[in-house]
Design a binder for this molecule. Sequence first.
Ligand SMILES: C[S@@+](CC[C@H](N)C(=O)[O-])C[C@H]1O[C@@H](n2cnc3c(N)ncnc32)[C@H](O)[C@@H]1O
Length: 343
Amino acid sequence: MMAGGGGSAVAGGPALHIPVLGRSAVELLQPRQGGVYIDGTFGAGGYTRAILAAADCSVIGIDRDQTAIALGADLVDQAGGRLTLIEDRFSILDAITRDAGFAAVDGVALDLGVSSMQLDTARRGFSFRLDGPLDMRMGGEGPSAADVVNKASERDLANIIFILGEERHSRSVARAIVKARTDAPFETTRALADTVASVVRSRPNDIHPATRTFQALRIFVNDELGELATALHAAERVIKPGGRLVVVSFHSLEDRIVKTFLVDRSGSRGSSRHVPEVDRPAPTFRTLTKRPVTADDEEIAQNPRARSAKLRAAERTDAAARADMPSNLLPDLPSFADVAGGR
Ligand SMILES: C[S@@+](CC[C@H](N)C(=O)[O-])C[C@H]1O[C@@H](n2cnc3c(N)ncnc32)[C@H](O)[C@@H]1O
């Protein structure tokens, strides 16, 4: 089930994941002959296939999910030495590039969030529709969603669910979770979905009442915002002058991080009479998308997940990468240690 970006299912067989905004992403990445590109979110390989098809170039595909890397083995064989797959986090994409034997790359693509393969596999615990263990980890490491809901204080739970899920009823949800876990710890997605549904009402055509709470826990468990911010900084260090960065996000907080970073790095904050021209660092990126690219009606009809997608792209200048990052990039959230301690 590949669409949008074109291509066929990895290793044949049934559809695994429909790439969102794949065509626009690869057009903006502009793969060129002999170039080296990082696909930081390999998933079912939709973006990688399209990059390899666009030019006689090489791709380093990264995914923290062991299953995605294993399923990509056939594509590695088909690519005839042009594809290397690495199981790791994209936040260290600069170290991965060096370990792969390259000093720099011609482009980095990130297609954020989870894949349909992850959502549709009950035992991964991402879905409130399928009953499974309450896990939600993309890689195998770190605390699971069950650890978070069973250990976090009511206040931390409410903050996580409010900030990362934009759930208006976050306090009621946190209260209901804390009450329910005194009887028995949460172990399954169904138990959590039922508890949330007991306090969040929804009308017949609304999204499932647990949608926002599940989204918040998934983003928290996988430190998705921290990973993104660190990856943008790593991409600045590793992309060659003239090379490109393309990021597709599905959540307003992710898009805000990408936008804030690119505004900071492209010097497009507007000039200020309080900051002398000479003190402002040289732009490290030139923004290619004044407004984010979004999916058209046809793509949304084929793949409803495309509805919330936003693509931003930029071209690396020849200015040196900066050491600092904008201070307001990440929301104020409890740490894993806070949560484990149930403070
Ligand atoms: C939306 S899917 C990508 C789909 C892919 N573009 C395609 O066309 O098949 C996102 C993938 O990124 C992976 N991922 C998410 N965050 C990651 C991170 N911080 N490091 C590495 N992989 C990550 C997920 O495991 C998932 O497989």
